[in-house]
Design a protein around this ligand. Structure first.
Ligand code: GAL
Length: 336
């Protein structure tokens, strides 16, 4: 009887846990299923075969100022790219470091002395490969390149291919966007971060094509995050103030390579002019039919980068294709 009662209680507890409100606490510590802090900064989420994969910068635990660099260049040793998996966007299992740093070769792009930032992964249906692009830089950010890695499995191990400057152009903050027609784009801050480039990738997603568009020349936008709702494309960006927060802006377009129209700051409420202390990194398309999208931001802690937090907030849609992102101390994924 005792065993039966115990079993019954366990089943009820498991039931309550899985059906209960899945709360998100923007800006607070978020732990994985092993109760360790999630270490996936500047990240993005891929949905593949019923599972979400969260990729991000795997930061080392000592932050230091890059020697000899005049600006606010705080950094950690590059630890590669972490991967977490989840069925519900709430409970995340650490799948390990999907792209491991190259500890042995100091000349390697992915040696810990380098910068590996803003990794994003998309799946290529034609080749069956998971393709990762990331910002690769030298310790003082003068290399300004982008790196590519591939894997047969979403959790890795990703094989690092190389870094490059697209057609010789600088490339720093970046994202990837895969459209409904299978075309994929690399979106990056170029020309000393003054201009965003939207660059069509080859069919295998491994190279740039000759087709690109320069948007907002001279406007110094970075940290791009792109999503599509109905027939409109949305891009959220930050200004350029390093690890310090600034005002976000969003823009809309009828096609990726079309005209982008700036629409102002999507954030509303206290501290909205500083993006609630955060910086955009990705927007998760959860259920486009029902307007369910989650905007992801990093709340950087520049003096202790591993202790940077995540701000996830729902995107709200209004008439004339406008959006708002409102601060919430807590919210439930069930209410999204
Ligand atoms: C920000 C950028 C971050 C990181 C930081 C370094 O502007 O968005 O990803 O590169 O600068 O200071």
């Amino acid at each position: 009887m005792k065993t039966f009662n115990f079993l019954l209680l366990s089943i009820v507890a498991i039931g309550l846990y899985s059906c209960g409100p899945k709360m998100i606490y923007p800006g607070e510590v978020w732990t994985d299923t092993e109760q360790n802090m999630i270490n996936a900064h500047g990240g993005g989420v891929l949905y593949h075969n019923g599972t979400y994969y969260w990729y991000g910068e795997y930061k080392n635990d000592s932050t230091y100022h890059a020697p000899g660099v005049e600006w606010d260049c705080y950094r950690t040793e590059a630890g590669g790219v972490a991967c977490y998996s989840s069925k519900d966007l709430h409970s995340w299992k650490f799948e390990g470091v999907a792209l491991k740093p190259d500890m042995a070769n100091p000349e390697s792009d992915i040696h810990p002395s380098m910068v590996i930032e803003r990794p994003k992964v998309i799946y290529n249906e034609k080749t069956g490969k998971f393709v990762m692009w990331m910002h690769i830089d030298s310790y003082n950010y003068s290399k300004a390149a982008t790196g590519v890695a591939v894997s047969d499995s979403p959790t890795g191990g990703f094989k690092y291919l190389h870094s490059l400057r697209p057609y010789g152009e600088e490339s720093r903050d970046m994202t990837l966007f895969k459209d409904g027609d299978g075309k994929a784009y690399h979106v990056y801050s170029a020309k000393g971060n003054s201009t965003l480039y939207i660059h069509l990738l080859s069919d295998d997603y491994l190279e740039h094509t000759e087709t690109y568009k320069a948007v907002f020349p001279g406007k110094f936008r970075e940290a791009p995050a792109i999503f599509k709702r109905q027939d409109k494309y949305y891009m959220i960006t930050s200004g350029c103030s390093g690890w310090d927060p600034n005002e976000a802006e969003y823009a809309i377009a009828d096609s990726m390579l079309g005209e982008w129209t700036a629409m102002g700051n999507p954030c509303v409420g206290e501290n909205a002019d500083r993006t609630f202390g955060g910086q955009s990194t990705h927007v998760i398309t959860v259920d486009p039919e029902n307007d369910k999208y989650i905007a992801m931001f990093d709340k950087w802690n520049k003096l202790d980068l591993i202790n940077s937090r995540y701000i996830w907030l729902p995107v709200q849609f209004h008439s004339a294709d406008s959006i708002t992102i409102e601060w919430k101390d807590e919210w439930s994924l069930n209410d999204l």
